[in-house]
Design a protein around this ligand. Structure first.
Ligand code: ZN
Length: 489
């Protein structure tokens, strides 16, 4: 086991050596998506960042219980305590059950994450399945005297909390500034202060998703779910809580306040946050017209994109930046990443064909340790990738006969690429002519040749049937003078 992993802790604002509470077990909770729309670029970075950490922990010998929730209730439109529930609103618009929206977009989220080779978490709890736990959490906070009931809603009393504890210790915000920075908004009058947040909300008559509680019909506040589910599945004290930087305030700050009162002050050891993605230097947003879903990226169907980019190009591109740096998407940068990845994979092909010599002038053990050092330094994937590129020079030089490698060092070198490129960085080959794709191509050609025969026999029904059925599975057939052409849509 590598004992030298250092991670940046957002709470202490410094890099700290990672020590598990109960080795070899690691408990990791990551805030998952609110499922009311297609997965987009903004979902890819946290998913890949914590996938990298999940994979690395496992590689160095930990048994990880990775919990990533699905937010399916209580996330209101403006991320605060007013506005409509994001999922309820969509359900009303489409005249379906809210849980149909949740199922539909959860399935699509999984599909896109699978394409990005993001491993599924160990547990994926839904907020709507943990209402009882959220009511219990709210009751504990009420009992401790840090919440108040107002019109059937329960609010966390931030001012009172701040008298004893430090509200803002994660985000660095100071309550005095929050007084002056927050405007009084409509519907906030039932709160003592605008920065108080809802643990439980009274449901208005038109609100669809509602449950009975000691305070009447209502639904849990967004921040309550992660505290309740994290501690249910990982215990009162656990190792890691993560998410995107945008969740640091107020979401995670509020979680810390809830945990401190209901569970214990230091209930989570490491808070880890990935930085955000910009597009051509701008924040991504629906209103800015630069909002890109993952599906659009993979198919190229967005006017911002010059072409389609494969899932592995996106993954590689994201890993080329350290997770705490900002990352700017542009066609130019993606195309450079695409070329770089092809070069690396080609290098691995050359490596697998290499023959060992008797002589050796390459220290593969040092090379391997350099790669571990990069990962141990707060998951420095760009440095790791730069080492893997450096290794290509050695491989090419051995191929050209300018350097030598013996069997032992060659085996280590192969293991390094296997381990770091595929197992830890989670990249994989996407060669279109590989295995299954070749079989698919042959099968489609057989079917289409049958269609040519049907047409020769004037069996138009069979001919149309084949064309229409293929279209249903996304294979579009174009008739040509002397045969056919087809493509996968
Ligand atoms: Zn959360």
């Amino acid at each position: 086991m590598q004992e030298n992993l250092v991670l940046y802790n957002s709470l202490s604002r410094k890099k700290e050596k990672f020590t598990a509470i109960n080795p070899p077990f690691v408990g990791m909770y990551v805030c998952g998506p609110t499922v009311y729309g297609d997965a987009h670029l903004g979902h890819a970075r946290p998913a890949i960042t914590f996938d990298l950490l999940f994979r690395y922990f496992q590689h160095i010998g930990y048994k990880v219980r990775y919990v990533r929730n699905i937010t399916d209730v209580g996330h209101l439109e403006n991320d605060e305590d007013h506005g409509e529930d994001k999922i309820g609103k969509k359900a009303k618009l489409e005249q379906v059950e809210p849980m149909e929206i949740v199922q539909f977009y959860s399935d699509r989220y999984h599909r896109e994450m699978d394409k990005l080779n993001v491993l599924r978490p160990s547990i994926e709890p839904r907020a709507s399945g943990h209402i009882i736990e959220q009511i219990e959490l709210t009751q504990k906070i009420l009992d401790a005297g840090y919440a108040y009931i107002s019109n059937g809603s329960v609010y966390f009393d931030v001012e009172k909390y701040n008298e004893k504890y430090n509200y803002g210790k994660l985000s660095g915000r100071v309550l005095e500034d929050l007084y002056s920075n927050t405007r009084e908004l409509d519907g906030q009058s039932e709160k003592r202060n605008s920065f108080d947040f809802a643990l439980w909300k009274n449901a208005s008559p038109e609100h669809i998703m509602r449950w009975p509680s000691p305070w009447g019909q209502g639904f849990p506040g967004w921040h309550a779910e992660c505290s309740a589910m994290g501690h249910k599945y990982l215990g009162e004290k656990f190792d890691i809580h993560g998410g995107g930087m945008d969740l640091l305030f107020p979401h995670h700050e509020c979680e810390i306040a809830q945990n401190t009162v209901a569970i214990g002050e230091n209930s989570i050891n490491y808070w880890i946050h990935n930085n955000m993605i910009t597009i051509n230097g701008q924040k991504m947003g629906k209103s800015l017209g630069n909002f890109i879903t993952l599906e659009e990226l993979f198919t190229g169907s967005n006017k911002v994109l010059e072409k389609a980019y494969s899932p592995m190009t996106i993954r590689f591109f994201i890993l080329q930046a350290q997770y705490r740096s900002t990352l700017d998407f542009s066609n130019e940068a993606l195309q450079a990443a695409e070329k770089g990845l092809i070069r690396l994979l080609k290098g691995v092909e050359n490596l697998n064909n290499l023959k060992a010599n008797k002589q050796n002038n390459f220290d593969a053990q040092k090379f391997r340790q350099d790669c571990y050092n990069a990962m141990n330094d707060d998951l420095n994937s760009p440095i790791l990738i730069s080492y893997l590129f450096d290794g290509l020079k050695t491989i090419n030089s051995i191929v050209a006969g300018n350097e030598n490698i013996d069997e032992n060092n060659l085996n280590i070198l192969k293991e390094v690429y296997d381990t770091f490129l595929f197992e830890i960085l989670g990249l994989k080959l996407e060669n279109e002519n590989s295995g299954n794709n070749k079989i698919l191509e042959n099968v489609v050609n057989i079917v289409l040749n049958l269609r040519v025969k049907a047409k020769e026999n004037k069996d138009w029904a069979s001919s149309d049937f084949i064309r229409d059925e293929l279209a249903k599975i996304g294979i579009i057939v174009k008739d040509k003078k002397d045969g056919f052409e087809w493509e996968i849509q």
